[in-house]
Design a protein around this ligand. Structure first.
Ligand code: FAD
Length: 336
């Protein structure tokens, strides 16, 4: 008799899951699939919840999907909650799901709708439709967009929970290129996935140094501006593009890459705030929060990572002219 305990972490899926497949097909007599969740009330030193409403809801949907599939295979998923008040308690799936949010019609990723559900099935369907509509071909031209479902791939929320495997995306993208042709769009989409990998490798190389206030640099410590930070979080700085973006982030848990750069730059260079506070707010709010990508991108903008060019300031006026000249984004979020 062999018993296998399989610990799901950020890989809430059955596809591209060789160890689990080996357990399912390799004659394990008992298979115990387990997930451990962080404490729901844990907060960061900057005073915000570590896991906000959006990510909790999206992860709960991923767990419901995974739980249903494991139950159908005869191995119910065991979810352990690290709640201080009930440490060590375990539950089966559904007992833990917070109420669904995420159906804001303005959202670029309305995770409360079936198409953007957190489950593996929805992730694979999303990948198939994205390729089926040949959107990789237009990726380079649209990826700096601010609104809508299709300007970028929206793979990131499912990549963050692991409901979608990066290897699966990359293999399907290569097959797409063989069947429909490669162009600069398919190239850049693959290239962005490599950035994601690179930021994982940075952690292997530098580890805890990435979390120092100085990051990898010898720059002076960043000042902190508590009141500016609070206004930034609320979307109440007086800068219309930044405020619109921060309102979108809080309302939906998602923000385009372009606007993540603009708001991060604004906190660091215009409000003279500590980049670590901004990274913590993103951790709390983003539905696709990923420690590697988040930390490395904040370090990059603050000029405290590995980029030899130093920090990256994005002028909000120029960014507005370049990306929201007609004001439709700012109007959508009520700052114009
Ligand atoms: P697409 O443009 O379609 O890109 C495809 C995939 O490539 C993404 O899903 C992602 O996995 C990867 N990718 C794209 N751009 C980047 C990048 N700059 N760095 C690393 N990977 C990238 N991404 C996260 O997944 N989680 C985070 O917590 C996160 N925090 C960020 C914080 C800041 C300050 C900035 C500037 C960027 C951050 N990003 C983060 C990177 C990027 O903004 C998102 O990956 C992207 O917007 C997700 O949308 P998409 O899947 O449609 O991306």
């Amino acid at each position: 008799m062999s018993a296998v305990l399989f610990w799901f972490r950020n890989d809430l899926r059955l596809h591209d899951q060789p160890a689990l497949q080996a357990a399912l097909t390799g004659g394990a007599t008992h298979l115990l699939p387990v997930v451990c969740l962080p404490a729901a009330d844990e907060s960061t030193p900057w005073g915000c919840a570590r896991v906000g409403l959006h990510r909790r809801a999206f992860t709960a949907a991923a767990l419901r999907g995974l739980g249903a599939r494991m139950a159908a295979l005869g191995n119910p998923l065991i979810i352990c909650n690290a709640l201080p008040s009930s440490a060590g308690q375990c539950a089966t799936v559904a007992q833990t799901a917070p109420s669904l949010a995420g159906q804001d019609p303005r959202s670029s990723f309305p995770y409360g709708t079936p198409a953007c559900d957190g489950s593996e099935a929805a992730a694979l369907a999303h990948l198939a439709q994205y390729l089926g509509r040949k959107l990789p071909h237009s990726y380079k031209a649209t990826r700096n967009g601010l609104m809508g479902r299709d300007y970028s791939s929206k793979f990131s929320p499912w990549l963050a929970t692991g409901a979608l495997s990066p290897r699966q995306i990359y293999a399907d993208l290569k097959a797409f290129e063989r069947d429909h042709g490669a162009n600069d769009g398919t190239y850049w989409l693959g290239f962005e996935l490599l950035w994601r990998d690179y930021f994982r490798l940075l952690h292997l190389q530098y580890g805890a140094a990435l979390y120092r206030a100085r990051g990898l640099s010898e720059l002076p410590l960043a000042p902190h501006n508590p009141r500016g930070f609070e206004r930034w979080c609320r979307g109440d700085t007086g800068q219309p593009l930044v405020d619109a973006a921060m309102r979108e982030l809080a309302a939906t848990g998602y923000l385009s890459n372009r606007l993540r750069q603009v708001v991060a730059s604004f906190l660091i260079y215009d409000l003279r705030g500590d980049w670590r506070a901004g990274a913590a707010w993103f951790e709390s709010q983003l539905v696709d929060y990923d420690v590697y990508s988040n930390q490395a991108n904040w370090l990059y903008i603050a000029g405290r990572g590995t980029d030899p060019r130093g920090g990256r300031r994005f002028d909000p006026i120029k960014q507005t002219q370049d990306h929201d000249a007609d004001g439709s984004y700012r109007r959508l979020w009520g700052t114009l």
